[in-house]
Design a protein around this ligand. Structure first.
Ligand code: ADP
Ligand code: MG
Length: 260
């Protein structure tokens, strides 16, 4: 057995054990060891140094999310929500612990492999849309697909379909500056799911929107998640929206705790 395959086998065994524990702990209906989580943070830690002081932002955080499951992450500002999402999204590396994406351990992967996995398996929506201002809504949704190697016509068809689905059929030619906040955020959602990820991570996606607009964006997001069996983790301060998700968790002393 080569080094690579034995490492993979060890990863799989570790993941299966941790997944079974996580399934039991989360009390998720139907979640068993066979039904593996698509995203799994196992004993993740992350600290920052502030002068002489060490801030343990994440300290043994465990979170397993199953396909089709929506999780609201509700915790005060500064408690580590963005840190957790960035680590789950392979945008940052943890100091300790392991992140499994679609069953694959990511800590030993090089930057190139992490980037490829991020592009194919993960979608990210930020509080601010981060759309490219000089491109149309359609082009913004086409770009990640073309980066992945899709032909222009295929990327355009999918972008157009997604934008229509999100209620933006008449806005596809507009640039971000010509769209409202809610429209911009729906384009950002379309872009995040353009490559059909397994997991969608959203960091206060409605944080900048008025209540009505945020309701609209959230409904669009929920429908998309349900229809595509995406797993999603959404950091939010909006308790009404969180109440409509499958699960609610918070961060307590650097660990993920279930709410309710
Ligand atoms: P939240 O998203 O819940 O508001 P964050 O994950 O952004 O929390 O931040 C958690 C804590 O970690 C905050 O106190 C923040 O100041 C600190 N922090 C975040 N990023 C860094 C960094 N790069 N360097 C130092 N401290 C950081
Ligand atoms: Mg944050």
């Amino acid at each position: 057995m080569s080094d690579t395959s034995s490492r993979t086998a060890a990863d799989a065994a570790r993941h299966a054990t941790a997944a079974a524990t996580a399934a039991a702990a989360s009390g998720v209906a139907g979640a068993t060891a066979d039904d593996a989580p698509v995203l799994h943070l196992n004993a993740v830690s992350r600290h920052y140094l502030q002068g002489d002081e060490r801030l343990d932002i994440l300290n043994g955080a465990d979170l397993a999310v199953w396909p089709g499951q929506s999780v609201a992450l509700i915790a005060p500002s500064g408690s580590g929500k963005s840190t957790l999402l960035h680590i789950a999204g392979l945008l940052e590396r943890p100091d300790g612990g392991e992140v499994f994406v679609a069953g694959k351990a990511t800590s030993a992967l090089g930057d190139g492999s992490r980037t490829r996995l991020r592009r194919t398996a993960l979608g990210f929506v930020y509080q601010f849309h981060h759309l490219l201002p000089e491109f149309s809504a359609l082009e913004n949704v086409m770009l990640p697909q073309m980066v992945r190697g899709l032909k222009r016509t295929e990327a355009e068809a999918r972008a157009s379909e997604l934008l229509s689905y999100l209620g933006l059929k008449d806005r596809t030619g507009h640039r971000p500056g010509e769209l409202s906040g809610g429209e911009q955020q729906r384009v950002a959602i379309a872009r995040a799911v353009a490559n059909a990820p397994r997991v969608l991570l959203a960091d206060e996606p409605t944080g900048n929107l008025d209540p009505r607009t945020s309701e609209r964006v959230f409904t669009a997001l929920s429908e998309l998640v349900r229809e595509s069996r995406l797993a999603t983790v959404v950091a939010t301060h909006n308790m009404d929206l969180a109440a409509r998700m499958d699960r609610r968790v918070t961060l307590r002393e650097g660990k993920v705790a279930e709410l309710e």
